[in-house]
Design a protein around this ligand. Structure first.
Ligand code: BES
Ligand code: MN
Ligand code: ZN
Length: 503
């Protein structure tokens, strides 16, 4: 999909669909919609008076122009209250426009840049959110049916702007990068486990790294053994798929001093292992690499935008399977950090591979770490499918990230990591045990990870509830959501601009 500017006016544009916005309770058409109204002999005013166009949020009214202007169809979208209109609404309205475009098979859309006249929305945020919404809405997962159904795609969106600035152009670049990064993550997560193996994830990572000239390394089993990554090795040992520790380094500045670490859980299928999961919905456990996918989606966007920040991306990846070789409840393993873990449930595998991922990121120079993982079913109980759970050992780091997530339009909420909870993961025979029981399951999982972050400022994002959805919205189809890609890119961009003030 291409997004560009046009200075042609409504009477001349040849798009298949023209898109306008109308604020709630506005009695008359405004701006470009007023121009259209004149060309259509007052049809829009009439529809407003009749109450067919109310401007209510998300309302869509499709109008045929019957040769009065070159464009055959016009869509008027309700923008809701003027005062409550913001960046998030721009994203959503752009997505609605594209969805309608697909529905009426409009290859070319021309649209007003919603919100451009709002003083409280920055120009580049207008085009950023527009492009992002348009790309998110155009996402479609191919699937594997033997008869390919052609998915209709909107090819061109022209923004009817009175002026073009660097700001506006940069906004489109950003929104495109955020959208493509998210869609890349969605593709990885939607791909079934037999096709998205650890080796395949590594291949995808290498593709991204090469595309943007980033350094990368994929460690195989022998190297994991040499580095004594006992967490990843233990979880992987029941599977015939060899484990991979995937690493990408992005150098956004001269010195490799301040380094932001992204660590993503890359379990390509989680059967639970010997502590086998029930079969109902077990297929969804192909999405257990969504954290790793989010990291790769973020690296794709970062490659396009090149913020002035260093990043090390680490994705421990393997399958969690039962077999005669599988690790077992009761086993004690030694992680790369030297810390030992008593395994009480082989289904609490994510924290074991992340432990090595976090240690490895630190070894590679990470001075701040964000890990991201479909870690616990318990987070789904606490926050449902709407909000990502966030945990930290450094409140000012999380402050920064919360602002970034808000800007990116993604919802996160902090849960506590009070020391008292640590009791639950103390082991009699090892440094830690890998489950803390039913109570506060997401918190004890986070505290397990905190033990490996140690003094390094760290944020943990539990996306078990938000990575996958069975409800569709204009920006998010059913299936993988690509959650947190945009927030990760946003925090990278923030530190690229303001520096990572080290503590
Ligand atoms: N991958 C699962 C968590 C999960 C659950 C993700 C539902 C997406 C949807 C994770 O590895 C897991 O099995 N966690 C266990 C931990 C427990 C054994 C301590 C859980 O949440 O039940
Ligand atoms: Mn599990
Ligand atoms: Zn898992």
């Amino acid at each position: 999909m291409k997004i560009e500017f046009t200075n042609l006016d409504v009477a001349k544009i040849k798009a298949d669909l023209l898109v306008f916005g109308h604020y709630f309770d506005e009695k008359k058409p405004q701006g470009k919609l007023a121009e259209l109204d004149q060309l259509l002999d007052g049809a829009i005013s009439e529809l407003i008076q009749q109450g067919d166009i109310t401007g209510k949020e998300k309302e869509t009214v499709l109008i045929h122009t019957f040769g009065k202007i070159p464009a055959p169809k016009v869509l008027v979208i309700g923008l809701g209250n003027y005062d409550r209109f913001d960046q998030d609404k721009v994203r959503e309205v752009a997505a609605i426009a594209v969805k309608q475009g697909i529905k009426v098979k409009a290859k070319q859309i021309a649209s007003v840049p919603f919100g451009i006249h709002h003083t409280h929305i920055h120009e580049h945020h207008v085009t950023h959110s527009f492009a992002e919404g348009a790309l998110l809405a155009s996402y479609h997962f191919e699937g594997y049916g033997s008869k390919k159904e052609e998915q209709f795609q909107v090819e061109l969106i022209q923004l009817m702007a009175d002026h073009v600035s660097d700001e506006l152009v940069y906004g489109i670049e950003c929104g495109t990068a955020y959208g493509l990064g998210t869609n890349l993550a969605r593709d990885l997560v939607n791909t079934p486990g037999n096709l998205m193996t650890p080796a395949k994830m590594a291949e995808k990572a290498v593709e991204i790294a090469r595309r943007y000239g980033m350094e990368y390394e994929v460690l195989g089993k022998e190297e994991l053994e040499r580095l004594e990554m006992g967490g990843l090795l233990a979880v992987s040992q029941g599977s015939d798929q060899p484990p991979k520790m995937i690493m990408i380094k992005y150098r956004g500045k001269e010195q490799w001093d301040d380094v932001l670490g992204f660590v993503g859980k890359g379990i390509t299928f989680d059967s639970g292992g010997i502590s086998l999961k029930p079969s109902a919905n077990m297929d969804e456990m192909k999405t257990d690499m969504a954290g790793g996918a989010a990291v790769l989606g973020a690296m794709e966007a970062i490659g396009r935008l090149r913020p002035k920040v260093n990043i090390v991306a680490v994705i421990p990846s393997c399958e969690n399977m039962p077999s005669g070789k599988a690790y077992k409840p009761g086993d004690v393993i030694r992680t790369m950090s030297g810390k030992t873990v008593e395994v009480l449930n082989t289904d609490a595998e994510g924290r074991l591979i992340l432990a090595d991922g976090i240690t490895y990121a630190k070894k590679l120079g990470a001075t701040r770490i964000i890990d991201i993982a479909t870690l616990t079913g318990a987070i789904l109980v606490s926050l449902g499918t709407i909000t990502t759970g966030a945990f930290t050992n450094d409140s000012s780091f999380l402050d920064d990230f919360q602002k970034a997530a808000k800007k990116a339009g993604e919802k996160i909420w902090q849960l506590p990591t009070f020391d008292e909870y640590k009791e639950q993961i103390k082991s009699q025979i090892a440094d830690l045990k890998n489950t803390g029981g039913r109570d506060a399951g997401s918190i004890t999982a986070a505290l397990f990870l905190a033990a490996f972050a140690e003094d390094t400022p760290w944020i943990h994002l539990d996306i078990a509830g938000t990575a996958y959805t069975s409800k569709e919205s204009p920006t998010t189809p059913k299936g993988a959501t690509g959650v947190m890609v945009r927030s990760l890119v946003q925090i990278a961009k923030h530190y690229g601009k303001h520096g990572m003030k080290s503590k």
